[in-house]
Design a binder for this molecule. Structure first.
Ligand SMILES: *[C@@H]1O[C@H](CO)[C@@H](O)[C@H](O)[C@H]1NC(C)=O
Ligand SMILES: *[C@@H]1O[C@H](CO)[C@@H](O)[C@H](O)[C@H]1NC(C)=O
Ligand SMILES: *[C@@H]1O[C@H](CO)[C@@H](O)[C@H](O)[C@H]1NC(C)=O
Ligand SMILES: *[C@@H]1O[C@H](CO)[C@@H](O)[C@H](O)[C@H]1NC(C)=O
Ligand SMILES: *[C@@H]1O[C@H](CO)[C@@H](O)[C@H](O)[C@H]1NC(C)=O
Length: 356
């Protein structure tokens, strides 16, 4: 993440959120609602929290446990180039819901100017790439860039291509807003393509704690793998990040509505696990989590820490394999990897009981 392009020429640094809670004992079938008391528990509730239903003229509707506000009127209505206004389209397929059921599309640039205070934010862009009436073949023409303040989040972007067969696409970023009171999110059709157009179905902007990913300049930094030993990398406010993967290892999927703090989603690790012979899936929902002084409790929802994947119990086998996950990424970027650990197994009582 060298000098992450304040000049906004390339698309973003990528961020690999990786999650690896540790071990535990096997939990029985009974799921009693546990009474727990977590220590050093400091929840974060976003001070700014926008869920915008683009292309919707109605006031708002509930989806994913939140109220999505239409952008048809009021201060969230985008600013457009004169006489080249965007149009809004509704989608009638029944299985398409919430922000995906309407879109804003335009052959020219449009800008959401969102009231925001300075500080780090999550930006999530929701796309339903399909053929919209009066707009040409999305695979050839729905190609555009998205600029957030001074950062180019997406360039020459095709949501249809990025969907890779999925119905909808969510692109998630972290950016730091330098100054308020408004922050511009600009959609621009690719000028090199005749009749190209931009579209968007939903936008989320959610504030985050200042120290969740970004660190003050005085921070010592994180080790930079593959570089000279001892080289540290500091993740400063001038870097934008793109989420690549956020995984709840050994546990179930966590939906945005289940993360009341920052509406993050966490996938299961099944699709990425490549070597796991044998592995176990311990769970300990009654544990009292104790967060260390340098790990805030909002680093991940509690559910992430109470499940894990571990090696099995056969020492001989464990010495002869490496529990492995594989994550496809693009070359040419730097990746930030975070591993979350929670030592849950009651047999592990002191330092040194488990070393790997
Ligand atoms: C968790 O903490 C509460 C309150 O201190 C205590 O009553 C309970 O026994 C603890 N649970 C475990 C599993 O240690
Ligand atoms: C823009 O629209 C206005 C009113 O709708 C019209 O008077 C004006 O001529 C238009 N300008 C151009 C350049 O088309
Ligand atoms: C934009 O993407 C298209 C394919 O989607 C590619 O052919 C073209 O070279 C790209 N242009 C730039 C400027 O990257
Ligand atoms: C946001 O975009 C609008 C319209 O293009 C522009 O007038 C305004 O100056 C921009 N604000 C910032 C902070 O860039
Ligand atoms: C552990 O695995 C080895 C190699 O697969 C096997 O020979 C041995 O019997 C296993 N031990 C136990 C206790 O299952």
């Amino acid at each position: 993440m060298e000098n992450p392009s304040k000049t906004a020429t390339f698309s973003l640094q990528n961020l690999l959120f990786l999650l690896l809670p540790c071990l535990l004992f096997f939990f029985s079938q009974y799921l009693v609602v546990p009474v727990t008391a977590d220590f050093n528990f400091n929840p974060y509730y976003p001070t700014e929290n926008y869920a915008i239903n683009c292309g919707s003229s109605t006031g708002g509707e509930s989806f994913n446990g939140r109220y999505w506000i239409g952008d048809g009127s009021g201060q969230l209505r985008p600013i457009e180039q004169q006489n080249k206004s965007s149009v809004i389209k509704a989608i009638s397929e029944q299985f398409i819901q919430g922000p995906y059921s309407t879109a804003r599309l335009s052959y020219s640039q449009f800008t959401y100017s969102i009231p925001l205070s300075p500080g780090p934010k999550f930006i999530r862009l929701h796309f339903y790439p399909t053929s919209y009436p009066d707009f040409d073949d999305p695979s050839k023409k729905a190609i555009f860039s998205v600029q957030a303040g001074t950062f180019t989040l997406l360039r020459n972007f095709s949501a249809l291509f990025h969907a890779r067969g999925e119905v909808t696409v969510v692109k998630e970023f972290c950016v730091n807003v330098d100054q308020g009171p408004r922050f511009n999110l600009t959609f621009t059709p690719t000028p090199e393509i005749t009749d190209s157009y931009a579209f968007i179905n939903g936008i989320e902007v959610v504030s985050m704690p200042t120290n969740l990913y970004y660190k003050p300049e005085s921070d010592e930094g994180v080790p930079f793998l593959g570089q000279a030993q001892g080289r540290l990398y500091t993740l400063g406010n001038n870097a934008a990040l793109e989420k690549m993967y956020r995984i709840n290892v050994g546990g179930s999927e966590i939906l945005p509505e289940d993360d009341a703090e920052m509406f993050r989603s966490w996938l299961t690790d099944d699709a990425y696990l490549t070597i796991a012979k044998p592995s176990a899936l311990p769970v300990n929902v009654i544990i009292n989590l104790t967060f260390s002084s340098d790990t805030a409790s909002y680093s991940a929802p509690r559910e992430v820490y109470v499940t894990a994947r571990t090696m099995g119990t056969n020492k001989t086998q464990n010495e002869n394999y490496q529990l492995t996950w594989e994550f496809p990424v693009d070359s040419g970027f730097n990746y930030f990897v975070r591993l979350h650990f929670c030592e849950l197994q009651i047999e592990i009582t002191k330092e040194g009981d488990r070393v790997f």
